[in-house]
Unconditional design. Structure first.
Ligand code: COA
Length: 196
């Protein structure tokens, strides 16, 4: 028997402990390496996709542990953001949560994650489109997504959704993220609006 179709609905506080069911890890056969040219004010960065000898496996480090659940609960009580879950047969299989940043009229997307079992079925696109519709209706000028150079599948997804790479930070997680092979990338999806 085939599994029931996953449905997207608003998240409630009761859902938060159940986020732990989502297996959000990924495996990437390639990585984006950051090549640096020049120095000082004339520094340049270039991303080059390279095949790995062993695919990179995130394991369970994207999963929603108690700390992450507490962070989401706090944000949900405070920020007037967008909170969605994907449910299938009584189990949570996806999340999108996003916070408006009034100071620069953008929306910061904290998580867009699906369980391994429901990927490549158009649900990521559906969540993305929900967020775009929500942000557009409220008049924000852009959505911002963060991912990493070792998550090439997500980079390909964001590029496919029409996002543009807006920049990177080589010391976002540690003082030398290039050495650790995980550099933060920031993707923008621009919307037309009063401050576009
Ligand atoms: C990234 C993620 C949200 C994509 O969701 P998804 O439901 O699998 O994506 P969709 O099926 O909606 O695909 C939308 C488009 O992106 C493309 N795409 C999705 N995953 C891709 C991949 N791994 N490689 C290349 N393209 C990909 C699809 O081909 C599709 O394009 P099409 O409609 O023209 O065919 C999902 O893979 C995921 O949850 N990954 C683990 C967590 C994660 O990395 N989250 C993101 C950032 S931190």
């Amino acid at each position: 028997m085939s599994s029931p179709k996953p449905t997207i609905r608003p998240m409630t506080e009761h859902d938060i402990p159940r986020l732990a069911d989502i297996r959000a890890g990924f495996v990437s056969p390639t990585v984006l390496t950051v090549e640096i040219t020049g120095s000082g004010m004339e520094m340049g960065w270039r991303l080059v996709e390279r095949k790995l000898i062993e695919p990179y496996d995130k394991g369970n480090r994207y999963d929603f542990d108690r700390t992450e659940q507490a962070n989401i609960r706090t944000r949900m009580r405070q920020d007037g953001g967008l909170y969605l879950v994907v449910e299938q047969a009584g189990r949570l299989v996806g999340i999108l949560d996003a916070t408006p940043h009034e100071w620069n009229n953008t929306v910061w997307v904290w998580n867009l994650m699906l369980d391994k079992s429901v990927r490549r079925q158009g649900i990521g696109r559906a969540l993305f489109c929900h967020a775009v519709g929500w942000a557009r209706k409220l008049g924000y000028r852009a959505l911002v997504f963060e991912t990493q150079t070792n998550n090439v599948p997500a980079c390909k997804f964001y590029a496919r959704m029409g996002c543009q790479l807006d920049g990177l930070r080589t010391s976002h997680y540690t003082n030398n993220d290039r050495r650790h092979g995980e550099v933060a990338l920031f993707w923008m999806y621009r919307l037309s609006g009063p401050h576009a």
